[in-house]
Write a protein that binds this ligand. Structure first.
Ligand code: NDP
Length: 280
């Protein structure tokens, strides 16, 4: 029952209808017996700032932020964690009672948790990684790998200047998408952090055959769970990591930020999300 005292939180993005975050958070809220509800907000690009500003003071406990707003979210916040600042992007905003907004970035934690779960033994320090994309997700991934001791983070993007903007801050090398094969030379992991492949909208034309045989291939897109990108990786016998594991890995610390406690490990949120991802 949603009542007058229900604690509200949500996810904001555009598009956002594909998001699994409401299913995960509402399952955790129910398991914890918290009087709370978590909903999705699709906001026009030019209204994001006024939407967030209107929530100051805590009408919502907090927001997860997805594409294309992660950079703006960081800029609007009054303070930010080191990892959000390093990533230049925020996927968590917490609305303090005094009107301030605190920003964090849990995408990197989620990404490394996903590798730990689905590619056990993977060591970010063991070699170069290539990240495709230069938006908020890519920035979070690059910052996480750099912080985890990866010796060479390569950013590959359709718009090379955006890749360069990340490597200017975090180090590593920027590549245009047309030079992806060169960027894949000797890598231990390739991460698709572009929105290509989202909701089955075509594959990113990246030459995965140029990756070494032991390379782990990851896609942040989780709808469909096995994207065309991951399907090509599997056809090449590469080990894969899916975006759902990352989503769950970033959602858990978000829940803690909103409600002050860890989500219950008793709830199998992956099974729940997989059920929702099944074609109807
Ligand atoms: P942004 O909108 O900030 O960035 C999108 C990136 O994708 C840009 O670099 C853009 O390139 C690139 N891109 C888009 N379409 C194409 C295309 N057809 N070909 C080549 N490049 C393309 O998005 P985010 O970084 O926030 O998110 C990226 C993806 O990662 C989304 O699908 C999001 O859902 C997913 N994600 C998943 C998470 C999870 O927990 N599983 C967490 C974070 C993100 P350009 O700069 O040239 O425009």
């Amino acid at each position: 029952m949603i009542g007058g005292a229900t604690l509200l939180a949500g996810v904001v993005g555009n598009p956002v209808a594909h998001s699994m975050s409401p299913a995960l958070h509402n399952a955790w809220l129910a398991a914890a017996g918290i009087d709370g509800a978590y909903v999705a907000f699709r906001i026009a690009e030019d209204r994001f700032a006024s939407f967030v500003d209107g929530l100051r003071g805590g009408s919502l406990r907090g927001l997860n932020v997805t594409l294309p707003f992660k950079g703006q979210a960081l800029a609007l916040a009054d303070r930010a964690s080191d990892r959000a600042t390093m990533a230049g992007a925020a996927n968590v905003l917490v609305f303090e009672p005094n009107g301030e907004i605190a920003a964090d970035n849990t995408d990197g934690l989620g990404l490394l948790a996903a590798f730990a779960e689905q590619a056990p033994g993977f060591d970010p320090k063991a070699g170069p990684v290539a990240i495709l994309g230069a938006g908020g997700g890519a920035r979070g991934a690059a910052a996480a790998f750099a912080a985890a001791g990866c010796p060479d983070v390569r950013i590959v993007n359709r718009t090379q200047a955006k890749a360069q903007a990340i490597t200017d801050i975090l180090g590593g090398e920027a590549f245009g998408l047309h030079r992806a094969a060169a960027a894949f030379d000797g890598v231990i992991a390739v991460i698709n952090a572009t929105s290509a492949g989202l909701a089955g909208e075509g594959d990113l034309d990246a030459p995965l055959e140029a990756t070494p045989a032991g390379c782990v291939i990851m896609d942040m897109v989780y709808k469909p769970l096995i994207t065309p990108f991951l399907a090509r990786a599997r056809a090449l016998d590469r080990q894969t990591v899916d975006g759902l594991a990352m989503l769950i890995g970033q959602a858990a610390p978000s829940f803690e930020a909103f409600y002050g406690r860890s989500p219950s490990a008793e709830v199998d949120v992956r099974a729940l999300a997989l059920k929702l991802l099944e074609p109807r």
